[in-house]
Design a protein around this ligand. Structure first.
Ligand SMILES: Nc1nc2c(ncn2[C@@H]2O[C@H](COP(=O)(O)OP(=O)(O)OP(=O)(O)O)[C@@H](O)[C@H]2O)c(=O)[nH]1
Ligand SMILES: [Mg+2]
Length: 469
């Protein structure tokens, strides 16, 4: 199936053009040029009212024209280039004008004001892309990918958004839907012939089909954990006793004095979050207050937050000061943390290796010994963090990842319905039961690509966009 067939409208159909909307499509700030976008019914004629140059209504699609934008008193606001897109060959599918003006904040605003004066409405966040979706220019999962791409903060997040934008997820979902449609057809065939006692002539075939589908959905769902890490970053927490060198390590990794470092135990009081990328993967590093029992109310609150950050982490890094002897108490603490980390990767790092005690403590099994002050083994630590974060998770930039919790939920629901159909089949239930499950699964999958949408889904998706996209 092509993109267009799956969508509510095809390019052959007339696009239902809505009232024109406008917004500044480039980031606010000073730049060489800025672009103001106008899309909707008679957008070209509207802009033409404020344009001094050629008659835009008589020009071809995909042409660029030089001229002036004037206000209602006919004063020139800016010298511009306008690009024309006739429906349906535009981003939104509607008639669209892109006005490239000078990039100053005030100039751009002034040109936008002229558009508003013409009676063109301000666009809501993501409204252009929403129209693109409604006009069959893209699937819902592709529209979501546009937002992901804009918000992407690492190379890997961008790769994942690109995969989705190219429609790879949509293709998978369509394939699943086709499999369900095939299964439904088999069930309903049986229903038609129920009197003739055909009784699931193809019961085995149906079972094979559903099991295969269950497994394929499982495989796709399994990518979500990696997808989530890639998109939102690996929540990494540094924990350890006061003075272990947690803040020093954070500063060394991010390359600036982000957290206060002193030789006083208990320097860090509150958790500090810093974004950091390494080798295309984004990390959200959290420095925490050193763990100890304390009378100090503020510090005690800090220690509580350290614990909470640990519980939420995708990667826990425990730092042990090698210049101090390991106490029995700390050994037990470490064991306890390791245990409560459960499936979350846990890394044990010895710090201050430059001033480590001579006596090697054989009882501890450090993943690595570093010196954050001198930079010793820091590159090894970075590699280790990435490796452990993506532990057991297959990933290369071409693999398709489910990155959105909305998609995961829909896939899970679909899988439940498929499993329930399998169960019904197993228990020898009649075809109408199976048919209900299969139809529900079909609906669940449809919410991913947008065959099935509700106002709520659309609102929550498009509100993530910036205005102008
Ligand atoms: N020699 C040496 N000193 C270090 C190293 N890392 C940290 N330090 C020193 O150890 C002291 C404590 O470092 P911090 O980074 O503040 O320790 P922390 O774990 O954040 O401590 P709290 O915030 O109190 O929990 C400072 O004086 C650092 O300069 C290291 O690798 N080698
Ligand atoms: Mg600190």
């Amino acid at each position: 199936m092509t993109k267009q067939e799956a969508s509510p409208n095809t390019e052959e159909q007339d696009i239902n053009q809505k009232e024109p909307i406008t917004a500044i499509a480039t980031p606010v700030g000073e730049g060489g040029i800025a672009v103001i976008r106008v899309s909707g019914k008679n957008a070209i004629a509207k802009v033409n009212e404020a344009f001094r140059g050629k008659d835009l209504t008589k020009q071809n699609s995909h042409t660029v024209h030089f001229g002036n934008i004037v206000n209602k008193n006919d004063n020139v606001v800016d010298e511009v280039l306008v690009t024309l897109f006739h429906s349906p060959k535009s981003y939104t599918g509607e008639e669209t004008v892109e006005i490239s003006c000078h990039g100053g904040v005030l100039v751009t605003q002034a040109v936008l004001e002229v558009m508003l004066e013409l009676g063109i409405r301000s666009a809501e966040p993501g409204e252009f892309t929403q129209r693109a979706f409604l006009n069959g220019k893209m699937e819902l999962s592709q529209a979501e990918a546009v937002a992901d791409l804009i918000h992407a903060k690492s190379q890997k997040a961008m790769d994942a958004a690109h995969q989705q934008l190219e429609g790879q997820l949509g293709e998978h979902i369509k394939q699943f839907r086709q499999q369900i449609i095939d299964a439904t057809a088999m069930v309903e065939l049986e229903l038609d012939f129920v009197e003739e006692d055909v009784e699931f002539a193809d019961k085995e075939e149906l079972e094979r089909l559903l099991k295969e589908l269950d497994e394929e959905i499982d495989n796709l769902l399994a990518t979500y954990e990696t997808g989530r890490l890639v998109k939102h970053g690996v929540r990494t927490v540094f924990i350890g006793l006061p003075n272990a060198g947690k803040s020093t390590l954070l500063n060394t990794l991010v390359g600036k004095e982000r957290a206060i470092v002193t030789d006083i135990a208990g320097t860090t009081r509150d958790t500090i979050d810093v974004d950091w990328s390494y080798d295309g993967l984004r990390f959200k590093l959290t420095d925490t207050a050193g763990l100890r029992d304390t009378e100090d109310v503020i510090e005690a609150e800090g220690v509580k937050r350290s614990q909470e950050a640990f519980e939420k982490a995708d990667l826990a890094v425990y730092l042990k000061d090698l210049s101090k002897e390991l106490t029995q108490e700390e050994r037990e603490d470490i064991a306890q943390f390791q245990k409560s980390a459960g499936d979350t990767p846990f890394v044990l790092i010895g710090t201050k290796n430059d001033i480590a005690l001579d006596i090697e403590d054989e009882r501890m099994d450090y993943d690595l010994k570093i010196s954050a002050l001198e930079g010793g083994k820091i590159d090894d630590l970075k590699k280790l963090m990435k490796q452990r974060a993506l532990e057991n998770k297959e990933y290369d930039s071409s693999s398709l990842l489910v990155t959105s919790s909305r998609h995961r939920d829909a896939l899970q629901n679909a899988q439940e319905n498929v499993r329930s159909a399998l169960q019904a089949l197993d228990q020898g239930m009649t075809g109408d039961f199976l048919s209900i499950d299969l139809r529900s699964a079909l609906k669940d999958l449809g919410t991913i690509t947008g065959e099935i949408t509700t106002e709520d889904i659309l609102d929550s998706i498009f509100s993530r966009f910036c205005i102008g996209k």
